[in-house]
Every structure is written in C-alpha cells, then in structure tokens.
Design a protein around this ligand. Sequence first.
Ligand code: C2E
Ligand code: MG
Ligand code: MG
Length: 575
Amino acid sequence: MNRHNEKGIRGNGMDYLETLQNMSLEQIRSVIEIMQQTSDAYMYILDLNTDTYMVAEKATKRFPIDATVNEDCMKTLKKVVYPADHAMLAADLEKCRSGEKDEHALEYRWLDRKNRVVWVSCKGIVVTGAEGHRLLIGAVSELGKKAKADNITGLRREVRFRLNAEALLRDKPASIRFIMRVGIDNFKEINEKEGVEAGDEVLQELSQCILDTVDESVDVYRLVADEFMIVNAADVETRQPLEIYRQIQKKIVSMLKSKEYSRFYTVSAGVLDRDFAGRSVEELMRYTEFALNEAKRNGKNQMMVFDRKAYDVYLERLNMRKAMRRDINDEFRGFEVYYQPIVSTPDYKLIGAEALLRWHNDEYGNVSPAVFIPILEESGLIIPVGRYVLWEAARICKKWKEYIPEFHVNVNLSYVQLYRSDLMKDVEKCIREVGIDPGSLVLELTESGYIETNERIKELFKDLKERKIDLALDDFGTGYSNMRYLKEIDVKTVKIDRSFVVQALQNDYDYNIIRHIINMVHSLGSVVCMEGIEEKEELVKMMATKPDMIQGYYFGKPSPAERFEEEFLQATGSL
Ligand code: C2E
Ligand code: MG
Ligand code: MG
C-alpha cells in the first residue's frame, strides 16, 4: 500500500559507488556525518550482514532510537516503526539483504518520542563496503516537512494523495473501488466558537474514527482544512462506502458519548464509486468535492454518491452564472424590467404595476425568472441586479404618475437582499435620487420562515413603515401561509398566488378558504391583490371573494416599459 517505487538515488555514474566500495565503514560514517549537516533528512547506514546500523545523531532527539546499534537492528527499529508497518519494512530489507534488489524506497510511519505518527520516506541504495558487507546507505525524510504529511492527524496530506492517485489512475485504475471525501459539518463554527485547538482535537478524533473503521489496506489522507480522503484500491476491503460511512458515524457518536458530549458534531461524505479509467486527479478532486457539497446542501450528516447528471446541471448553472456576471458587468446587458398591470376592484382601473425582471442572453435565449433568480440569489448577484430593478422601476413610476397620479410600482425583493445588503440605505438613496414619493413604492416579499425569527429584519420592516414604504406579502398560499405574518410585519397588501387561485377555481374547499382569508385580511386592516386571473369566467367567480386588486393575464401580461406605456397609459388611462 505505501510502497512507492521511485527511481533510486544511484544518479548517473557508478564512479562514486566504486569510491564507496574502497572506503572503510568508518570513513563512510564520517562522510555521512559531514553531509548530514546540510540536510533535513536523517542519513543512515545499515549493515545488512551484521544487522547493525548507525543513524544521524539528530534523529535520536526526535525519535526513540539510538544513534548506533550493534546487533539485532530490526528489533531496535520496532521501537520507532509504526507496528502495522513492521512487516512491510522487514520484507523490503530482506530483499536488499538477499540481493534480490539493491534499492530501497518506502513510505511508512514512524512514531516520535511522544508516540505520534510521523510519515517518512525512506530511501537507500545497497553498496558493497570494503569488508565485503552489503551496506544500505540512505536517508529518512519526514513527509510532514514537505507538507506531505500532517502533524495534527498523523495522516499524509493532499500532495501525497495527488501523487499516489496519479500513479493509481495511470497504472491500475480498475483497482480503485471508491474514493470517499469526508468533511466535518460546520467545522468553521467549531474553530470560531471554541478555538483552533478544539478544531485540531476534532480533526484528531475524526482521523482516529476513520482509521479505526477502515481496513489497514485502505489509504486515508487529510486534505485542506477539515476534509479527509479515503481511498480503497485494495482487494481486502470489501465493504460498501455507505457501510463504512455509517460505521464512521457510529464511532463518532460513541466517541462523543465517551467524552460526555463536551461537544457535538457530525460529518458528511461524498463518494466516487465508478468510472476511474481515464480520469485525472483533478477530476477526482472535483467530483468528490461536488458530492460532499451536495451532502451538505441536502442537510448535512449524510453521504452522497457522485451523480453525473446533477453535476452537469450544476456546471450548467455555473456557466449561466458566469454569463450573468458578464452581462451585469456590461451595464446589465440583456436584463430588462417588464411591467404587469395591477387593477383595482370593482372598477378595474389601472392603479399600478409589478416590475418583473427578464434576462435574455445570446447563448441561453430568454431564460425564465424561475431559473435565473435562484442563481442570482445563490451568487449574491441579486444585490446589484435588485438595485438595478429598483432604480428602473422608481424612474418609470415617476414618469407614469404623470398619467395616473396614484400610480404605484411593486418591486420584488429577495431575502438575500434583506440579509446581505443595506437595503434601507439603497431604498432611501433611490427615493432621493429619483425624486419619487415613498408611498409610490411597494416592496414585495415572499413569505417564508425567516420573517418571524430575524430581529434585524423586523427592525428593517419598522424602518420601512416609518418612511411610509408599503410592503406586500407575495406568494401567499404557497408556503408557510401564516396569518401571524400579517400582524408581525404589518403588510399593507397580501398577494394571493396564482397556484392558490387555480385550486380555488377547481374546488369549493379552497374557494371557501380564500374567501375566509380575504375576510380576515380585511379585518386586520390590509388589502388583497389576487394574482393569475386569466379568463373572464375566472374573474367573475373570484370577484365574489372580494379581492381589492387583481393582477393577471386577463388584464395584461408583463411587457416592456414602452409597450406598457403605449397600451395602458397613453391609450385610456384605464383598462
Ligand atoms: P411573482 O412576484 O409572484 O410574480 C408574478 C408572476 O406570475 C410573474 O411571473 C407573472 O408573469 C406571473 N403571472 C401574472 N399573472 C399571470 C397569469 O394570469 N397567468 C400566469 N400563468 N402567470 C401570471 P414571472 O415574471 O415569471 O416571475 C416569476 C417570479 O420571479 C416572480 O413571482 C418573482 O418571485 C420572481 N421575480 C421576478 N422579477 C424579480 C425581481 O426583480 N426580483 C426578485 N427578487 N424576484 C423577481
Ligand atoms: Mg411578486
Ligand atoms: Mg406573486
């Protein structure tokens, strides 16, 4: 498993070997002590005939070994070599002794004086010394010093994972059963709340749980931060990834219990379990990262297997996000705000419009807001785009008030804008710059669980109310319909979603619910805008529920500002 056959240290010519052969053991020792001063590695000479060795003095400070051993060197080495690696080392040295090979190159584990695991690379070459003895001369270097091993967990690091995976993919991709990437859920929080030492302790605990779970033949590496890579390319380990993951979870739980739950954490995992042939290390990294992120996105504390289709969708979204970012930076090229009429009842007079964003791109054509809005939200791009919509809508509203003085414009807000930008500042700036009456602006918010719980958002609602900016609760009837919101955030308008209206048109039960809701909204002093009325019959039937406003294709579809103006304002001023 840890064997790493690299070209030995023989170099180009055999000349210096001949020189060595003519030197006495004592002379070789002095040369090594001199060379040692210029190297980080621990140089050694192992006399394979007498089973004795000498190693550079400085190794004895860090590891429990003596500088010189005069007999039974394998027994002495047992003190420093990690138990599971004894047999592998002994077998390799035996090959060097018997003449089967004359180069030694192994990666395995030592234990330092504090009994911590240290990965080392041991390389050497067999020469015949003056006394005719076969001498293995070489150096042991710590992989940790080259960032190839990790002193917190005692595991090898990403650099070594990459090298080993590269060799596996090149030489025997079919032997790889699976690669599992394990990450600690909310690790950043542990580090931030409890300190880096607590974080290190968690990493040590988890690496132990993983090592206790997997077979000796399975390789475990520590990647950046809180992630581990488990590589099963051995015939011995036959358990499926999910079984292994569940056992790691169990080990963590019992370990946390043994520590009396002084802290609590869970892990997620992403697995790649097929199609290794022809892959690059980069692909392994990307695919396992994607699967792990999916597991975390899905609620954490679970394992997900890499799914090609989901990955392609993700890539597509990523590309779309790039295209949007380009367009935004190119003065919002391809973005346009459409307007859909809102009429009052029962006179069906035009009183306002909802601003609805559109995006057209050369590559993707006209993309539905249902597709691009979530991408803008995920990436935070909704913040600049939301500002763009706000300014466009405010400017046009000012203009259209010349036709209809009480005209108002509704602008949709995303929760990302509420959480991650200074919305109040933007709204105030917009009102000031455009010079529009705050009462002409209605901000639409989708109902969802966040409204009740977040203090900052409640504060924002209070500020908006003080400045006489109205709020509308959008999508009512689709999610967490909760009358309490109405009181909590003091909305002026409740917008009943089209899907709810469609249900009400189909069955009496929902129809009656809508009727009661509208009654209740009225009794709370708010008004109702009913969305999605497409046909005359629908209008007639729904009017009996007494909505205050209607927005639907029946009165007009969303259209560009110029068309809206021509059709609805210049013509009559009413619909
Ligand atoms: P919404 O805010 O509930 O907007 C109403 C949606 O219903 C619009 O879809 C509108 O075209 C559609 N609609 C209106 N009347 C009818 C009708 O009679 N029949 C049918 N079938 N549909 C009707 P649209 O424009 O596709 O927008 C979808 C959603 O995207 C919006 O739902 C809103 O949540 C979001 N959105 C649009 N523009 C923005 C924006 O500028 N910012 C944010 N954050 N979200 C936006
Ligand atoms: Mg809306
Ligand atoms: Mg709506």
